[in-house]
Ligand binder design. Structure first.
Ligand code: PEP
Length: 272
């Protein structure tokens, strides 16, 4: 496929993912309370988890409690972690290995969130090693990419995201499932979401690059999320775009009712 061609749009084959990144919020008791409320709220509206996947990304200290609740109540909410060590095991004080997360039934792990790339100086090479560790232990890395306001002014919207994609993905075995999240850094926690046009343009460019790197089939089945000040008011417009397959939600995921409304974006899309 030439660089100017887009990967074919098979959006209908991709199950949308609504992912809540709690960041460093909620102790394990608060986490249990939030998941219970979220589960009730989704049950009330008969949420179809086969049609829209819902995941919560909890702090490490909450994972065991949330895992136990999900298993005990047979809930279909999926479990995610917010970071992982690139190492298998050993003398890495404070780090948490991918194999430990897998033992807690973790499905997804965020790698390369901008708060780690910028706040902790994580390079794309480190992100790549983390993504590999996650995939090796049969979980799905959710790889975040996105530009700062300065990058946007200097290089445009897609350049940094594309560069980070290539540099963050290369250690992940071909064929392993990944989820990508385009998160403009300036949109995270600012209340100022990207325009749907910009988000779609970058997500389409990411899919095209993925096709060049991994082949058309992998690009067509990979879910690409938008993240950055998503709310129940703006989510439907993003999800209407042909290359946006879900949302990575920070602040709004801490309110069970609001997060539940975001997960019901299809009602806003179809007007049903
Ligand atoms: C995030 O933390 O990934 C995020 C997108 O945050 P917010 O929704 O608060 O902008």
């Amino acid at each position: 496929m030439s660089k100017n061609q887009s990967a074919p749009n098979t959006k209908t084959a991709r199950v949308p993912l609504i992912a809540g990144n709690w960041k460093m919020n909620l102790d394990h008791l608060q986490a249990i309370a939030l998941v219970q409320k979220l589960a009730w709220s989704l049950k009330d509206v008969r949420h179809d988890f086969g049609a829209v996947e819902v995941a919560v990304f909890a702090p490490f200290t909450d994972l065991r409690s949330v895992q136990t609740l999900l298993a005990a109540d047979k809930l279909s909410i999926r479990l995610g972690a917010q970071d992982v060590s690139p190492h298998e095991s050993g003398a890495y004080t404070g780090d948490v290995a991918a194999q430990f997360l897998r033992k807690l039934d973790v499905n997804y792990v965020i790698v390369g969130h901008s708060e780690r790339r910028h706040g902790h100086g994580e390079s794309s090479e480190t992100v790549a090693a983390k993504a590999k560790a996650v995939a090796t232990h049969e979980m799905v890395p959710l790889i975040c990419v996105g530009e700062t306001a300065e990058d946007l002014a200097e290089h445009g919207a897609a350049a940094v995201a594309l560069e980070q994609l290539e540099a963050s993905l290369h250690l992940v075995p071909q064929g392993a499932e990944v989820v990508l999240a385009y998160e403009p850094v300036w949109a995270i926690g600012s209340g100022e979401a990207a325009t749907t046009e910009q988000a779609e343009q970058v997500c389409a460019a990411l899919r095209t690059r993925l096709s060049e790197l991994r082949g058309e089939a992998e690009a067509a089945r990979t879910r690409i999320l938008y993240g950055g000040s998503v709310t129940s008011q703006n989510v439907a417009a993003f999800l209407r775009q042909p290359n946006i397959d879900g949302a990575l939600v920070g602040g709004a995921s801490l309110d069970s009712q609001e997060f539940s409304r975001i997960a019901q974006f299809k009602k806003h899309v179809t007007g049903a």
